[in-house]
Design a protein around this ligand. Structure first.
Ligand code: BDR
Length: 317
């Protein structure tokens, strides 16, 4: 089985990604490490446990990670994911945080990867703070990963958070810089524009959520706010053009489970802009290889949507 660590800021699309990974028959989730991001860390922890509870998988270890970026102020995405990060639907039966592991997320990442050298695939769908700190503490970490899948960054300077910046990178540009500077394992990136261009048609979403299961009821509740937002006039101005729902994080998770879903990618060295009035946090593609980086990342371009849809359907069964 593929050994995965999921590094999340649960969020609606993180929840969708986690649920896709939980039902993948070829996957073993060694741990879920939580990071600040879509919502404050305390909510991320609670949301992750809520998702695992609905799926009867509270046996998976969940770890508390970094509560803010390496530099600068915290950013959250409450407008889209809800103030609580999962659509603001009250859950009186949410599991308590006493279920969390005692070890912190960064220590756990280092330990798990060192115990399974060359075998662990890390899927990072949050700001990259946990991984950046882990790399600073153990610089050999990237070499010991089997692969790294990231949801973040952008390819055409099109932002969803600032003019030119995608949320996960803008929420911790220094962390993204460190990770992209040091990766040595095969690294795959699902960018903002990529996820928009491969959005799930609304008719499919209806079918997906119409399944008569406890998981589907939960998913419908938590996704309702962000789906409404994605269908709103404001959002349609963005490149999704209201064509469908882009479950950004799930592309990275799906690709980690089965990399044949990536039907086209581009190999290019990448970094992150750390300054700039409008461009801080923007991903920079070094096509001219001016930076002489040894390693290039695979920037996802096209996806097998049919396989992706099947994974979505299975996740709520
Ligand atoms: C990313 O930001 C978050 O809102 C989503 O969860 C995703 O990780 C998209 O830019």
């Amino acid at each position: 089985k593929k050994k995965l660590i999921l590094d999340v800021d649960t969020g609606v699309d993180d929840a969708q990604g986690i649920m896709v990974a939980l039902v993948a028959p070829n996957v073993e989730i060694l741990g879920i490490t939580c990071c600040h991001g879509n919502t404050p860390l305390e909510n991320v922890l609670k949301n992750t446990l809520r998702v695992l509870k609905v799926c009867n998988r509270l046996d998976i270890p969940v770890y508390r990670g970094c509560s803010g970026p390496l530099l600068g102020r915290k950013r959250h995405a409450g407008d889209y994911h809800g103030k609580d990060g999962l659509g603001d639907v009250p859950d009186p039966d949410a599991p308590g945080l006493e279920l969390l592991q005692k070890k912190n997320a960064v220590q756990a990442m280092i330990k798990i990867v060192n115990e399974n050298p060359g075998e662990v695939t890390l899927v990072a769908t949050a700001p990259l703070t946990n991984l950046a700190v882990a790399i600073q503490l153990d610089p050999s970490l990237p070499k010991k990963l089997k692969a790294l899948y990231i949801m973040g960054g952008n390819i055409e300077s099109r932002g969803n958070t600032t003019e030119c910046g995608e949320f996960n990178f803008v929420a911790d540009p220094e962390a993204a810089y460190i990770v992209l500077d040091r990766y040595t394992c095969p690294t795959y990136i699902a960018t903002w524009e990529f996820s928009c261009r491969n959005s799930l048609p609304w008719s499919f979403c209806d079918q997906w959520l119409a399944q008569k299961t406890k998981k589907a009821v939960f998913m419908k509740e938590i996704s309702s706010l962000s789906m409404k937002k994605a269908q709103s006039a404001d959002y349609q101005k963005e490149i999704t053009a209201g064509k469908g729902f882009n479950s950004c994080d799930t592309y990275a998770v799906a690709a980690a489970i089965d990399d044949t879903v990536i039907t086209e990618s581009e190999k290019v060295a990448v970094t992150v802009e750390l300054e700039g009035t409008y461009t801080r946090g923007m991903m920079v593609l070094d096509y001219m290889e001016l930076q002489k980086k040894k390693h290039k990342a695979f920037i996802m371009k096209k996806f097998d949507l049919e396989k992706f849809k099947q994974m979505f359907m299975n996740s709520l069964k």
